[in-house]
Design a protein around this ligand. Structure first.
Ligand SMILES: [Zn+2]
Length: 390
């Protein structure tokens, strides 16, 4: 059972992240603006701001004056060089490593082609790449918050995890987090691609102002990242949002999980490759751009009803402000998918149509890696914060 002391410590760390996030989203804020946006008391905001300023994480600027009345207000901004993080995205064909500063700006990026990556050689490749980065990027490495790594889920589910084309083979019993943190000395966080893309969208993308949303991530398979009231929802065994294996067409296409009619057999890169006559073992997302329009539209014919159902289920279960669709499928093709997704089934969500029910998210190769880089920043329990705040 938690003691009140840990609750207080938790609240402090949580409030600190909320303040950092508010400044990041808005670029620059005064203490009063932060208090208004976060519903924290002015005293709490003031204490946190002082702590962050002393640690060099935020900087004060010349006061703004409002018509000469009252106290001048001092705007705060994040100091980009006060903290860094690394994002790693491993998929079936690519390994992408990025380093970002606290404001999300990319300071290093390396894309490496891999083919059905095996654990041992791939972990070595990652460590090697990080060593090269450390030698070549001139930053204060003591300010590294940690590494976020993203791999396709689900994790540790008998019969789903290491079989079939949409998950990585041989990784089930590899403790990626322990291995990489031992090699690097940094905190390491592992997440699935859909959750990470949702976090990235909240930090850098169209979900900046949303507190509850569902992110449908079209990767090799299909997953959903879930945000409820400003927090990610990961479920009991960290596999919430593995919607690719929801049965949407009973008796439909056979899935390697043993069911028939799973959603990702219709809506995923894998399904698109198959539907467009590409070899699913070697095709890359960009290859779909070279497919004739009518062939792609014919694939959409088979994907669209499962997509309608998936959105309907997500809306009914989570009552999100928006369902965001994005991932590794090239943007023009996601746009064509979204153009066909109208009218949506009516649901609880049709009652307040003021914001877009369906939005296009970030797409393309960097989405998951940037989201992964947000993980160490997003983790309010990251021990590196205590190091920075000393
Ligand atoms: Zn399945």
């Amino acid at each position: 059972m938690a003691t009140s002391g840990t609750n207080l410590e938790h609240a402090r760390a949580h409030n600190r992240r909320v303040v950092i996030e508010a400044i990041r989203l808005n670029g620059e804020l005064t203490r009063a603006e932060i208090a208004r946006l976060t519903s924290l008391t002015p005293q709490t905001v003031s204490n946190i701001a002082t702590e962050l300023e002393q640690a060099g994480i935020v900087s004060s600027h010349l006061p703004r004056r409002f018509g000469g009345r009252g106290q001048p207000a001092t705007p705060l901004t994040l100091n980009p060089d006060s903290a860094y993080s690394i994002g790693i995205h491993l998929d079936h064909q690519t390994l992408l490593v990025v380093l970002v500063d606290l404001t999300g700006k990319v300071r290093f990026r390396r894309l490496i082609k891999v083919q059905k990556p095996e654990p041992e050689s791939t972990l070595q490749l990652i460590v090697q790449t990080l060593q090269e980065m450390r030698q070549n990027v001139k930053i204060d490495w003591r300010k590294m918050l940690g590494v976020g790594i993203v791999m396709p889920g689900p994790f540790g589910v008998e019969g789903i995890s290491s079989q079939g084309p949409t998950t990585l083979h041989g990784w089930d019993n590899v403790d990626v987090v322990a291995r990489l943190s031992a090699e690097t000395g940094w905190p390491v966080t592992l997440e699935n691609d859909a959750t990470v893309a949702a976090i990235g969208e909240r930090f850098h993308g169209v979900a900046k102002q949303l507190t509850s949303f569902v992110y449908l991530y079209i990767g090799t398979g299909l997953g959903a990242g879930l945000f409820t009231e400003g927090r990610i929802y990961t479920g009991h065994a960290h596999n919430a949002g593995e919607v690719g294996h929801m049965v949407v067409q009973p008796g439909g296409r056979a899935c390697y999980c043993g069911n028939h009619g799973c959603l990702e057999r219709y809506l995923s890169l894998q399904a698109a490759y198959e539907g467009c006559g590409l070899d699913p073992n070697t095709a890359m997302p960009e290859d779909l751009l070279g497919v004739k329009q009518e062939i792609f539209e014919r694939w959409l014919d088979s994907a669209i009803e499962p997509a309608f159902q998936a959105i309907n289920i997500m809306e009914c279960v989570f009552d999100p402000q928006s369902v965001i669709i994005g991932g590794m499928m090239p943007q023009p093709l996601v746009e064509r998918l979204i153009a066909r997704l109208t009218p949506l089934y009516s649901s609880v969500r049709s009652r307040y149509p003021t914001t877009a029910r369906l939005r296009i998210g970030m797409t393309g190769t960097d989405t998951a890696a940037l989201g992964a880089a947000a993980l160490p920043i997003f983790d309010e329990f990251n021990p590196q914060y205590e190091v920075l705040l000393k």
